[in-house]
Design a protein around this ligand. Structure first.
Ligand code: PMP
Ligand code: GLU
Length: 395
């Protein structure tokens, strides 16, 4: 009874991405010349047309509490976006705007999971999924995927992971951290498995939708038979370079959306008013308006892969979206570099931070202890310098 903090928080892992970002900031503060490739954050500025909308909202005195689930005009813009980009039809009562896609995910877990409910997470998964599920008393069930299969879960793997306790499947496509993109046919094949299990829901995290270098984006909810049991999560952090503005949104079956509304009514009262006004403008703009950033991310991906191919011991898939590479570095485990023995991915990531002054994130945080995640949301100059430093540390 002398314990200050709850079991809930004591059992929760610290977000590895944010921890690495904090460590990078700290070391930079001490004057160390760290190249930060840990955080998944565009290094672009928020486009001017969005900033102007925010300034206008301040001048127009948008300062009051907003509707808990978001301004009506914003929901309208989201509905139009879902129709325009994803061919999904939602009613306003199916939309909830939250403080980042992260809060959308937390809302969904908190309103759908009971103790012991299982959530299937194809590995590697985004860092916060497992802890959000655990916070909500659910049980994460990891499904290991391989580089050979482009880090994608196969229908047979999905089938094998399903039990009578399975409540949901969570995945991102494009995937953070692997950059894999599920094609329409691949999603359909997973949906076919789910036909035999009508009570299982899907959380489709599409926050990297526009950062796609290949054959286009597909949504699980676009299949008629999946629409009523898919929660589509999206947000503006990535494609619009708006991470700090903290706006995400979801489209879901009405009962789930209303429950998320109730949940955040007790927790945040809704998302920031100025940011919501700015996001109306962002979403109403054609996606082509932010294409310059996507083009640059693609050039950086190609550069990063070219450079990494010169390092022995890194094997990786070719990411088709998002802005991460997720190399398997397990062939380096057991070796010693500059006097430091590398036993696992966490050791390796720390070694890169300390010896090469390059910040990455251990794959452990994403459910794959053989890999590290390298973000290429950094300038080409920084990417060249970072890989040069890594090479030097390993030589
Ligand atoms: N999902 C994925 C896959 C992510 O990479 C992130 C990281 N930002 C989020 C959700 C959360 O995004 P937001 O900034 O909107 O909370
Ligand atoms: N999603 C980004 C990442 O994976 C930002 C950090 C976070 O939200 O945890 O690095």
């Amino acid at each position: 009874m002398n314990q200050l903090l709850s079991d809930r928080i004591l059992n929760m892992a610290t977000s590895a991405t944010l921890a690495m970002a904090a460590k990078t900031r700290e070391l930079k503060g001490e004057g160390k010349d760290i190249i930060g490739l840990s955080l998944g954050e565009p290094d672009f500025n928020t486009p001017d047309f969005i900033k102007d909308a925010a300034k206008q909202a301040i001048d127009e005195n948008y300062n009051s509490y907003t509707p808990v689930d978001g301004y009506g005009e914003l929901k309208k813009a989201i509905i139009t976006k879902f129709k325009r980009d994803n061919k999904l039809s939602y009613k306003p009562s199916q939309i909830v705007v939250s403080t980042g896609a992260k809060q959308c995910l937390a809302n969904v877990a908190l309103v759908l999971l009971n103790k012991g409910d299982e959530v299937i997470l194809p590995c590697p998964y985004w860092v916060s999924y497992a802890d959000i599920v655990k916070l909500s008393e659910g049980t994460p069930v990891e499904v290991k995927t391989s580089i050979e299969k482009d880090f994608k879960m196969t229908p047979a793997q999905l089938e094998a992971a399903i039990t009578s306790n399975t409540k949901m499947i969570w995945f991102s496509s494009p995937c953070n951290p692997s950059g894999s993109v599920y094609s329409e046919q691949e999603l359909r094949a997973l949906a076919d498995v789910l036909q035999k299990h009508p009570k299982i829901y899907v959380v489709s995290d599409e926050i990297y939708e526009h950062i796609n270098y290949g054959s286009g984006h597909a949504s699980m909810a676009q299949f008629e038979d999946m629409y009523d049991r898919t929660i589509t999560v999206n947000g503006v952090s990535k494609a619009f370079a708006m991470t700090g503005w903290r706006i995400g949104y979801l489209g879901a079956p009405e009962a789930i959306a209303r429950a998320c509304n109730k949940m955040q009514g007790q927790i945040t009262s809704g998302a920031n008013c100025i940011a919501q006004r700015a996001v109306i403008t962002a979403l109403e703009a054609p996606p082509s308006k932010v294409q310059y950033m996507i083009g640059e991310f693609k050039a950086r991906r190609d550069l990063m892969l070219n450079l990494l191919s010169e390092i022995d011991g890194f094997s990786y898939n070719v990411p088709q979206g998002a802005f991460y590479v997720f190399p398997d570095v397990s062939s380096l485990f057991g070796k010693t570099f500059n006097g430091v023995k590398i036993n696992n991915a966490t050791d390796f990531s720390l070694f890169l931070l300390e010896d090469a002054l390059v910040a990455t994130v251990t794959g452990d945080a994403f459910g794959n202890p053989n890999c590290i995640r390298i973000s290429y949301a950094a300038s080409q100059k920084q990417i060249i310098e970072a890989v040069e430093r890594i090479k030097k540390s390993l030589s």
